[in-house]
Design a protein around this ligand. Structure first.
Ligand SMILES: O=C(CO)[C@@H](O)[C@H](O)COP(=O)(O)O
Length: 225
């Protein structure tokens, strides 16, 4: 075990954004066919990020399929406070909200927790780790974007690695148990770089859904690093 090993078990969260949107049910079943606990759901508003994806109805419909997957829901919205209740009602297990827009982040995290759901904060590539500091005692997860959010299939930004290291050392020093998650350009090589910084939770869209052998990919990424 290296000094940078996470205290938490590995999780792969395939991003359903990279699945065929004419049948997200099929995407869900692909993930369920493997020993994977988490599913990542990317919600984009076309304002905070330059793309649109899907909304609470889609999350609710996927939830209705009686999936036991943990719905790791990433809100890329200008006004997460206005929409968070809809995602709670839709059955999201964890809701992560960005710290960059102008709204009451602490109050919105409280709403998520009061509904009995897990909560997280998200940092864009240029947002310093310090922006998460006011919330680190209250969150279950910190998500570091390793690409600019909005689109799948982008290249990993290596400048984010020191931020991961800092967020990992803060949780170790303070005895905190938040997960450290990365999202964007994650493949076997970049996952290993992140694992070296203490990351335990890996979102993968393209690398997972386009893998010729997804079971082999899962095994390899679990051992990466
Ligand atoms: O949130 C986002 C993009 O904004 C991500 O979840 C991407 O969907 C990850 O896709 P890949 O980079 O793995 O293709």
């Amino acid at each position: 075990m290296s000094a940078n090993d996470s205290p938490l078990p590995f999780r792969l969260a395939p991003s359903i954004l990279a699945a065929d949107h004419s049948s997200l049910k099929n995407g869900l079943e692909i993930v369920e066919s493997l020993p994977i606990e988490w599913l990542h759901l990317d919600i984009m508003d076309g304002h905070f990020v330059p793309n649109l994806s899907f909304g609470p109805q889609t999350v609710a419909d996927l939830r209705k399929r009686n999936s036991s997957l943990f719905f790791d829901t990433h809100l890329m919205l200008d006004n997460p406070d206005k929409h968070v209740d809809a995602f709670i009602d839709a059955g999201a297990d964890l809701i992560s909200i960005h710290v960059e827009p102008d709204y009451d982040v602490a109050q919105t995290l409280d709403r998520i927790k009061s509904a009995g759901r897990s909560c997280g904060v998200v940092l864009n590539p240029a947002t310093p780790a310090e922006a998460a500091l006011p919330f680190i005692k209250d969150v279950d997860l910190i998500l570091v974007m390793t690409v600019w959010p909005g689109f799948g299939g982008q290249s990993f930004i290596e400048d984010t690695l020191p931020k991961l290291n800092l967020l990992h050392s803060w949780r170790m020093e303070r005895g905190l148990a938040y997960r450290l998650e990365v999202d964007g350009g994650i493949n076997l090589e970049t996952a290993a770089l992140c694992r070296d910084q203490g990351v335990d939770t890996f979102v993968a869209g393209t690398a997972f859904f386009k893998a010729p052998d997804r079971a082999a990919f899962l095994k390899a990424i679990e051992g990466a690093g």
